[in-house]
Design a binder for this molecule. Structure first.
Ligand SMILES: *[C@@H]1O[C@H](CO)[C@@H](O)[C@H](O)[C@H]1NC(C)=O
Length: 363
C-alpha cells in the first residue's frame, strides 16, 4: 500500500520556490493525484490538480467538491470507474472560478455497457455521471467522455460554461443505453453550452428550470433532441431566456421539443430556437405539448404552465416518413406571443391533433 504522501506529489507553483520544509498539504501548489482517495484527501491544498489515470473504485464518487476558488483541474490519461449498481454520481465537482480541462489524449471512459439493460432509470440501478452542482463562475472545456451508464451532466450552477464537450455513447444504440441525457439543466442562472458533440439515447439538452441559458453549435445524434421540460410539479417551474442555435439534430426522436405537465403551474418564456437543422427524426420534428402526466402524454392539454415569447427562426430539415413534422398541443390561452419564421420541416405526416396554437405557427 503506497502511503498518502507518495500519492500526493506536490510542488510549489510560485516561480523560484522549491519544496523545502513546507508540508505538501499546506502548499498551495500543483498536485498530481493517481487515486480518487488521494484527490479527495488532498484537493483543498492545491491550486492546480491533475487527475492522472485514475481508476475510481466501485461505488465511489471522484469527489472534487469544495475546491478552493480558482482551482484548475486537468483530467490526464484514462479515467475509469469500477462497477457497482448505485446512484452515483461518478464525478462531483463544486467551487467558484474553477477551470476544468482535459490533457491531450485523455479519455473519461465510464464503460456504461456494464450497466445498460435497455431500461435506463428503471431496471438495474445506474450511476449518473457528473454533478456540476454549485460549480459557479466556472468552465469545463474539451472533455472526452465515453459511454455514460445513465445521464451525463447534471448542471445546477450559476455562470457556468461548458465548451467542446464530447459525449460519445454511440455504443448504447446497440448495447441498451437508455436515459443517457447529455446535459440536464435545472435551478441555474447563466449556463452556456458551446459546441458540444453528443451521440446518446435521450435528450441532447434538457432544461427543467433556469434562466439565461445558451446552447450553440451543437451536434446531437441518436437521442431525443433539444428539449425544455417537462415543466411543472418541481420546486422551480420557471424557464426564462433560453437561446438554442446553430445546431444539428440527427437520427433522433425529436428535434425541437417543449413539454409541460398537465395540471401544473409554471412558465416558459423568452425562448429562441434559431438555425436548427434536423434529419432522420423518428417522432416529431417540432413538438410543443402541454399534456404530460407521469412521463406520458394524455392528449388533453392544460393551461397552467404558460409558453410565451417563443421564437422558432430557421428550423429546417426532414423527418422520417412515419414521423410527424410539427405537433402543437396547447391549453386554452397558454401559448402566445410566438414568432415563427422559416420553419420548414418535411418528409413526414401532418398532425390533425394540434390545438390552441398561435396563428403565426403552422401545424
Ligand atoms: C439572456 O441570456 C443571455 C445568455 O444566454 C445573457 O447574455 C443575457 O444578458 C440574458 N438577458 C437578460 C435580459 O437577462
Amino acid at each position: 500500500m503506497p502511503s498518502f504522501f507518495t500519492l500526493l506529489a506536490c510542488s510549489l507553483a510560485a516561480a523560484g520556490a522549491s519544496l523545502v520544509s513546507a508540508s505538501p498539504i499546506e502548499a498551495r501548489g500543483s498536485c498530481t493525484f493517481t487515486t480518487a482517495a488521494a484527490a479527495k484527501a488532498g484537493k483543498a491544498g492545491c491550486s492546480s490538480i491533475v487527475l492522472s489515470n485514475i481508476a475510481v473504485p466501485a461505488g465511489t464518487t471522484l469527489d472534487l467538491t469544495g475546491l478552493k476558488s480558482g482551482t484548475h483541474v486537468t483530467f490526464e490519461g484514462t479515467t475509469t470507474f469500477g462497477y457497482e449498481e448505485w446512484a452515483g454520481p461518478l464525478i462531483s465537482m463544486s467551487g467558484t472560478s474553477i477551470t476544468v480541462s482535459g490533457a491531450s489524449g485523455h479519455l473519461i471512459n465510464c464503460d456504461g455497457s456494464r450497466w445498460w439493460d435497455g431500461k435506463g432509470t428503471n431496471g438495474k440501478k445506474k450511476p449518473k455521471f457528473f454533478y456540476a452542482h454549485d460549480l459557479d463562475s466556472s468552465s469545463i472545456t474539451g472533455l472526452q467522455i465515453k459511454n455514460t451508464p445513465l445521464m451525463a451532466f447534471s448542471i445546477e450552477a450559476n455562470d457556468i460554461t461548458l465548451t467542446d464537450i464530447t459525449i460519445n455513447n454511440a455504443d448504447g444504440d446497440s448495447l441498451g443505453g437508455h436515459n443517457t441525457d447529455a446535459f440536464d439543466v435545472g435551478n441555474s442562472v447563466g449556463v452556456n453550452i458551446i459546441k458540444p458533440w453528443v451521440h446518446n439515447q435521450d435528450d441532447c439538452l434538457a432544461i427543467n428550470s433556469g434562466e439565461n441559458i445558451y446552447f450553440t453549435g451543437g451536434t446531437c445524434i441518436g437521442g431525443h433532441g433539444l428539449s425544455i421540460g417537462s415543466i411543472g410539479g418541481r420546486s422551480d417551474n420557471t424557464v426564462k431566456n433560453v437561446t438554442i442555435e446553430h445546431s444539428t439534430v440527427s437520427n433522433s426522436e425529436n428535434a425541437v421539443r417543449i413539454k409541460t405537465i398537465s395540471g401544473a403551474t409554471g412558465s416558459v418564456s423568452d425562448v429562441k430556437y434559431t438555425n436548427i437543422v434536423m434529419s432522420g427524426i423518428t417522432d416529431y420534428g417540432v413538438v410543443i405539448q402541454q399534456d404530460y402526466e407521469d412521463g406520458k402524454p394524455t392528449g388533453d392539454p392544460t393551461n397552467g404552465v404558460s409558453i410565451t415569447d417563443i421564437t422558432l427562426d430557421g428550423v429546417t430539415g426532414s423527418v422520417a416518413s412515419g414521423a410527424t413534422e410539427v405537433y402543437l398541443l396547447c391549453g386554452s390561452g397558454s401559448c402566445k406571443d410566438w414568432t415563427w419564421e422559416n420553419v420548414q420541416v418535411t418528409g413526414g405526416k401532418k398532425s390533425s391533433a394540434c390545438k390552441n396554437y398561435p396563428s403565426v405557427a403552422s401545424c
